[in-house]
Write a protein of this length. Structure first.
Lengths: 208, 208
DNA sequence: ACCACAAGTGGACTATAGTCCAGATCTTTC
DNA sequence: GAAAGATCTGGACTATAGTCCACTTGTGGT
């Protein structure tokens, strides 16, 4: 990946969604981006994310390899672009949706709701998210989405001894790699309860 | 990696250290293993773990590439072998050392001591551990060491609502990838305090 | 319509992890 | 100490991510 801030990166600045991308995208570029996303979605669904190579995606989309890498940076960028819509929907629900996920509920309830909603999102697209988080070292922590989740959790954790740290710790338990490893051992139910408890236990008065 | 349980895997079964490896190792094999470990340690120290390729290690050790892979499985296996001694020292201190890390102190104190000691170990060898955890997908959760840490934390967390989950959550915050990302933002001090607090907050009566 | 040029393209190229197996080398047995 | 056979070796080979750049194609200005 050489430049993740160019016009090709598909997600908006955290807490300021829907900014218009300053430099317009050429018509052929838009056509190719759509073709690549479509081909990738189909191949990933058919064979599993890990089993599909970038060459295969390029061939299926009828474009050159270089085109994919120019647009999406690397494999984690492609995975991110595919998740973009779902991710934005969750961000939207957090910013403007009904409580407890959206504004209105008290912070502990919102944090628990966030953890649960994020887990839903994660379990729905586990392999894709995992790819987006692990394709490149440190990828997870560089993408805008992570900053959004972290910022949101930090704000809700105001009052905890170290809100920024606590937010990171909660998100660590929501890493795709971690959830992938723990899920088969404990099952979805215990995972969900555990995450919820973890969210609650970050507050000073917590007693599980 | 084709077989991580063969005679080449360098770590002992959790909670049963120092079992004798059943099939003896041939003399030339032992010589080559030592040469590889020495070369790898030197190259990693000199150029950084990430910047050294397996070919370079093979060349420096004067052996073929196949030899390295047969012995260590993959890059994460090689990193693991280099960490082996440090790791066993920590395990030894946990099993038979003085409290609060070793037996004797009450569980919350032992868990906090474990978290701190593990963080020491991690910060001392961050790049190596990171390589051992991220070179292959899921590598972290497959190695024996993870099971040891998890088992230890689970036992200490008896009484918590879901000890196994809580142990996983604590270890998630101690993942090399996570610590690598959080360290530059928060610094060692806040990291250490955060981990300690996290360990304490896993107990029902916790009030930070 | 045409031009100038920025933006985009695709496939050859590089770097690296990991596989494979014919042959070399140890160890054991007699 | 020689044969038999298990173990180990090394380098050619494959697969894949990601780079590079000469060429093509849109686009906005005139």
């Amino acid at each position: 990946m050489k430049d993740s801030t160019g016009p090709q990166s598909g997600y908006a600045t955290p807490l300021e969604l829907h900014r218009a991308p300053p430099p317009r995208e050429r018509a052929d570029a838009a056509r190719n981006r759509a073709a690549v996303l479509e081909a990738a979605a189909r191949l990933f669904a058919e064979h599993g994310v890990a089993a599909v190579s970038m060459d295969q995606v390029a061939a299926a989309a009828g474009v050159g390899k270089g085109t994919i890498f120019r647009r999406f940076g690397d494999k984690s960028g492609l995975a991110n672009a595919l998740l973009d819509a779902r991710e934005h929907a969750l961000q939207e629900a957090i910013l403007h949706g009904p409580p407890p996920l959206g504004p209105g509920a008290d912070p502990p309830a919102r944090l628990a709701a966030f953890a649960g909603a994020y887990l839903d999102y994660l379990l729905e697209h586990l392999d894709l998210v995992r790819m987006s988080e692990t394709a490149a070292p440190g990828a997870r922590y560089r993408i805008g989405a992570y900053h959004f989740w972290h910022q949101h959790a930090t704000i809700l954790l105001a009052g905890a001894p170290d809100p920024r740290y606590a937010a990171h710790a909660l998100l660590a338990a929501l890493a795709a790699e971690h959830v992938t490893a723990v899920l088969p051992e404990l099952g979805e139910e215990r995972l969900r309860e555990g995450i919820t408890r973890l969210a609650r236990s970050q507050y000073p008065s917590a007693a599980s």
